[in-house]
Design a protein around this ligand. Sequence first.
Ligand SMILES: Nc1nc(=O)c2c([nH]1)NC[C@@H]1CN(c3ccc(C(=O)N[C@@H](CCC(=O)O)C(=O)O)cc3)C=[N+]21
Length: 287
Amino acid sequence: MKEPLLLDGREVSKSIKGQLKGTIDSLTKEGIVPKLVTILVGDNPSSHTYVQMKANACSKIGMESERIFLPTETTTEELLQTIRQLNEDETVHGILLQHPVPSHIDERQAFDTIALEKDVDGVTSHGFGSTAFQLNAYPCCTPAAIMEMIDFYNIDVEGKHAVVIGRSPILGKPVSMMLLNRNATVTISHSRTENLEQMVSQADIVVAAVGKPKFVKGEWLKEGAVVLDAGYNKGNIGDCDYETCYNRASAITPVPGGVGPVTIATLLRNTVLAAQQKAMMREVSHT
Ligand SMILES: Nc1nc(=O)c2c([nH]1)NC[C@@H]1CN(c3ccc(C(=O)N[C@@H](CCC(=O)O)C(=O)O)cc3)C=[N+]21
């Protein structure tokens, strides 16, 4: 049995962050410190961990960040107010509304209230459309992370059959568009898909984005499939059953240490790009 290639997200993340340092330094010298604001509504403990990790990553690389915590009872209108204030705040370059929000809140409306130039998480409808049409937009962070993994390890996408499991607005749907834009043949499967196992067994590339721990079993996979696990379930457990998938895959992302760390790196990069864009606009207006 040939061992699969381990797609090491910490390595990829390090490489992305390394490329950002110079830009952050020169922006800081110009008096612009890239700043990310995260908004967390409610008290989901894993969401708390994620926004903490994002803040830590910012401070470690020399960026600023702020975390806003809103109570579970927050109304959609109150959340929109918070977002609008951040849109107006000149010191803020990126806004991330942590998904999911409590069910009484209109998440789509909240996402779409984020100013396009601050949508570093690629969650607005406009951001999605621009990604799909390959126009200028900050890509959604986890989908972008998956594509970074593919590129870093030179995984062949063109003409391959990619089966995406999951169709969420910030993961399954956008990553499907990105893979399509790279000339993969994409099947988007989800909770209502019939014969899912059979579908997965035809995949050259499997992207697991369902949010069900150890859902994808090694037996489902075609021998030599590439497995990209974007799951982040409680206890740091991915959507793939790692042990059995490991035995069938030609390449696989571990959880932890796979897509997760790269997601944070792509978020930092989008925020730095937003700050850089802002600096450029400032220069233009001064000339
Ligand atoms: N608007 C929005 N944007 C997001 O990008 C977003 C979100 N909402 N909601 C939640 C998910 C989850 N997510 C993760 C990011 C990093 C790790 C990560 O780095 N995990 C580490 C381990 C975590 C640990 O050490 O506890 C790893 O996989 O190695 C995981 C999950 C971003 N999300």
